[in-house]
Design a protein around this ligand. Structure first.
Ligand code: AMP
Ligand code: MN
Ligand code: MN
Length: 350
């Protein structure tokens, strides 16, 4: 038995499959500012369904429908429609990687009016806001739930579908480095590779390329990184920010700075890493990471965001010092509760 089969009950699988089989048009939506798991899970299921003859539209509720450059290699983007063209009252809507209805942004009202709403997710904080739920907090990525659903729908996983699913799996596991990297995650990767997809091509698209401007902005952000050894209950905090002025000076789009946290979080002296990123409208999105002692999901939830115990985020309208002043006191141990207990030994990958 895989983790997925135990976390989601048979009646839930059957109900979701029945709803999908019975629907005319399927309206798919993933969370705003989509990452590899959000887009990969949505487009993977969307492609599998479209190829079976279903009418499928997909979207996400950002003000401007623009796929981040890093994810433009994903197949299935012809399924994407703008919010204006999205069904106002879908017969069946399916959400991906969104823990709350608010995470759907402009498409939240559509979800509220959907006759049936299937919620597919792996966040432990999922609020079960649908009429049917495929939510497995033990899954490393939403694409793991989607792969099982495609299988149960009796649909094939070809190389295009596999590329979408693999993108979600590698991004949410941090290339099979994070603690969510279960035997089931590797087994799924093996199945996907059987379709002939090239992992080195995905890796290059996702992590190994950027415009020169990224180096300049990264340099500025790293140059002002601050280490606070006494913060996070004495376990250490490292943080920095990327303003829209930093990006404007180099002509760098917002979606290019997602990876800054992956450099900042490597600091040995800090249990918690934080990167504040200002978008083009002057709002701040805050990325937080921990190594297993501090539950950053709890801290971010207290500020209106959410995520996972070791990787979470929230939005802030405050200035940088004020956001940090609000966050700092929330970054306290105790140890995470099972199944994420077992803080890693020092100097190993979180
Ligand atoms: P990020 O730092 O953007 O890579 O996000 C890390 C994790 O936190 C992901 O699982 C996100 O889904 C979650 N997350 C980020 N921002 C928010 C937010 N504003 N509200 C809820 N969850 C968030
Ligand atoms: Mn996500
Ligand atoms: Mn995810």
């Amino acid at each position: 038995m895989t983790a997925i089969e135990t976390a989601i009950g048979e009646p839930d699988w059957r109900r979701a499959a029945d709803l999908i089989h019975g629907a005319g048009t399927l309206a798919l939506a993933c969370h705003v500012s989509p990452d590899g798991d959000a887009l990969g899970s949505m487009l993977g299921l969307g492609l599998a369904l479209a190829r079976s003859g279903k009418k499928v539209v997909a979207s996400f509720g950002d003000r401007v429908l623009e796929v981040p450059r890093l994810l433009r290699f994903l197949p299935g983007q012809d399924l994407l429609v703008k919010a204006a063209a999205y069904p106002a009252e879908p017969d069946l809507m399916i959400t991906f990687d969104a823990s709350t209805m608010e995470r759907l942004g402009l498409l939240a009202p559509h979800a509220g009016k959907a006759r049936e709403l299937v919620v597919i997710d792996h966040h432990v904080s999922n609020t079960r806001f649908g009429t049917a739920h495929l939510v497995d907090p033990s899954a490393a990525s939403t694409t793991m739930v989607v792969e099982e659903l495609i299988h149960r729908l009796g649909l094939p996983v070809d190389r295009s579908v596999a590329t979408c699913l693999y993108a979600g799996l590698v991004t949410d596991t941090g290339s099979f480095r994070h603690s969510v990297t279960t035997p089931a995650a590797h087994a799924m990767a093996g199945r996907l590779l059987e379709t002939g997809l090239r992992p080195e091509e995905l890796a290059r698209e996702l992590w190994d390329r950027s415009p020169y401007a990224y180096l300049r902005v990264l340099g500025a952000a790293l140059g002002r990184a601050t280490l606070e050894p006494d913060a996070a209950g004495g376990h250490g905090l490292v943080w920095t920010f990327v303003s829209r002025a930093d990006r404007a000076a180099e002509g760098l789009p917002y979606d290019e700075v997602e990876g800054v946290i992956d450099v900042v979080r490597r600091v040995d002296e800090a249990e918690v890493a934080v990167v504040l990123k200002e978008d083009d409208d002057g709002g701040w999105n805050v990325s937080t990471r921990s190594k297993g002692v501090v539950d950053v999901a709890r801290a971010c939830a207290a500020l209106g965001g959410g995520g996972h115990a070791r990787a979470a985020g929230f939005s802030s309208a405050l200035a940088v010092p004020d956001t940090m002043a609000a966050l700092r006191p929330l970054l306290t141990p105790p140890l995470l509760t099972p199944p994420l207990l077992t803080p890693p030994p020092p100097r190993t990958e979180p």
